[in-house]
Design a protein. Structure first.
Length: 163
């Protein structure tokens, strides 16, 4: 018997896919667009895992840590990112919404793992907790970069201030 949490999670992931697709289409900055497209890919993978569980099938999707894949995108676009000092307000709004979604997803999956009726559900929800946390971290760092580009650059690049 599949728990209600799996059915709720399927709906959450479907909604997240729609949101991130829209955000990717509306985002002008290449890094933001690629980040949101990466989240679409992650959320689609989550959806496949949840659907397998719902159908009573073994979950065979690979466990991926989004933080590891986003670094490559960031590195390749860092110069373009530094050219743009401020984000369009709609992009900042999308990041705020995404941060809230990922936070809620994290808490949902954390509770679902704690109350999972089967070991398979528990393990899947625990994996999703890690991935949602990675998404939150990526979004938070992106928001900080766009909100305070110079400060973020100094912090992340361990800049030395002379004077």
């Amino acid at each position: 018997m599949i728990s209600d949490a799996v059915q709720t999670a399927i709906k959450m992931e479907t909604d997240a896919i729609s949101f991130y697709e829209e955000a990717a289409n509306r985002t002008r900055h290449p890094f933001g667009r690629e980040m949101f497209k990466g989240f679409v890919k992650d959320e689609k993978r989550h959806l496949v895992m949840l659907q397998c569980l719902f159908k009573g099938m073994k979950v065979t999707e690979e466990f991926v840590r989004p933080k590891e894949t986003i670094r490559t995108v960031f590195s390749s676009l860092k110069d373009q990112m530094m050219e743009r000092a401020a984000a369009v307000q709609s992009e900042m709004d999308a990041l705020k919404i995404a941060l809230q979604m990922e936070k809620e997803g994290f808490h949902f999956y954390e509770a679902a793992a704690a109350n999972a009726p089967t070991q398979q559900e528990k393990e899947l929800f625990e994996r999703l907790v890690l991935e949602e946390n990675d998404h939150y971290t990526i979004l938070n760092e992106t928001y900080a970069f766009l909100d305070h580009t110079g400060q973020w650059y100094m912090y992340e690049e361990r800049g030395i201030v002379e004077g």
